[in-house]
Design a protein around this ligand. Sequence first.
Ligand code: FES
Ligand code: MG
Length: 583
Amino acid sequence: MNNPADRPRKRLEDLRSRRWYASADIRGFAHRQRTQQMGLRREEFMDKPVIGIVNTWSEMSPCHAHLRDRAEAVKRGVWQAGGYPVELPALSVGEVMVKPTTMLYRNLLAMETEELLRSHPIDGAVLLGGCDKSTPGLLMGAISMGLPAIFCPAGPMANGHWRGTKTGAGTHTKKYWEELRLGRITPQDWVDLESRMTRTAGTCNTMGTASTMTSIVDAMGMTITGASSIPATDSGHARMASLAGERAVAMVWEDLKPADILGRAAFMNGLAVYMALGGSSNAAIHLLALAGRAGVDLDLETMAEVSRRIPVLANLFPSGNCLMEDFFFAGGLKALLVKLRAHLDLSAPTVEGRSLEDALAGTECWDDDVVRSMDDPVVPLSKGRTLVLLKGNLAPDGAIMKSSAGEPELLRHEGPALVFDGPQDFRARIDAPDLKVSADTVLVLRGAGPVGAPGMPEWGNLQIPKKLQERGVTDMVRICDGRMSGTHYGTCILHVAPEAAVGGPLALLRTGDTVRLDAEAGTLDMLVDDDEIERRRAQWRKPEPRYTRSFVTLYQAHVTQADRGCDFDFLMGTAPVPEPEIF
Ligand code: FES
Ligand code: MG
């Protein structure tokens, strides 16, 4: 990168916040007056970069429970560096509690972030988040706003333990739920587990969507390098937050904006890390959305191509058997980056004002079992990949699967479809004793897409019918136009585009039709005559909308399909955002 020390430094007169604070007229008076109303002396805020700390803390987001404290650490760094910090609360999008899905609100957080920064006297931003959708949401908005911005990841929670075994958030919830259904653990065990798996504040301790996304944006240069691996409650996390605040002030003077960091090299580095992490399938959507905001040309084909080269190296649930705290002690993301270095562009810049190469100087790996090397992967490429792209008459615009998290023998499969229209239909029939189903059946859930559900919930990890589970069946081919939690596993084909609710061919599939999957060839088809498909298409009727008002109507009118990142069509691209009039 061009060295920040060589970049023309921003002059005091050019600070954006001076449009609010510097004028001698009645408006400037009001802005200074109202800031002093909060007990600040004039000297404490005048002629300083104003750093907005966009904070997704909420008591409905346990993963972000510590972010109120962390905002104080960020402020310490900002004051220390001669800036004026202000905290701006934003939508938490805490996974788990928000229904039908946080994905419905990712774009709302992106809009909120952009508008918070735009409408206030802000010169630079520190973004506090980490639970799944909060990372892409905050960054999408910050990219579009174009002010210097640094991401401060919430950090993973501590390892979970139960009766001598490691338990990971999400992954083991699913595992023990299945064991409970089969009577292998007791209802009292199940109650006991509630308090054992998620012991501290912080994001899921498995390689779910949260750590996938925070690690990717770390590798892309948007955090203090390595920040994403620091456990939420480690004292180093507060020190990292303080450093982020300090850097935000420097970035304002250096005029170092997201567009200076997030070029093609950053995205390609992010993709390499995504695959090496065995990362969440959700990342495919979020990376497309981020690229769309940054004006970088990225598609699912490029992702699948990187996935063919880079095996899973991070030995973390659900692909491996360790947790995020183990990863941190092994050297964390920086150790992974060093092992991947031949596949990275280390000249790429970071928010620290130096290249990735410089940021990695002196890094060592302390546990070669947790962070593997290219010649000793967790899952060899021949056994499965992080992202497989599938196309065919069932998914003309693509569907994806994480073959490293499924059974290798199912990757080539032909079987009869069993189709469910939405979760209520699924719940009502899946465990029925007379359900016509065998281990070869392909379970299909449709109506789970961005428009149909709405918001594309994580419904794709379909429960195996109980009567098959009792016979020892642990995996089946499953197809859905929704998503799946990054902490889950199984041969699940996800993100089918176009989705059923907009008339995608998944809407035309019928129970009993033969479905053919060939993961190696990258194909997904229904073996139904073209004429018959056309006949069914002519009969298809768009479902009646369930929502006639609210944010959902805006969402359904403007959301793009999964292969384009599910951003709103009117927010994609790099058109500049006008500065607000001050009058
Ligand atoms: Fe917040 Fe998993 S629920 S990161
Ligand atoms: Mg998740």
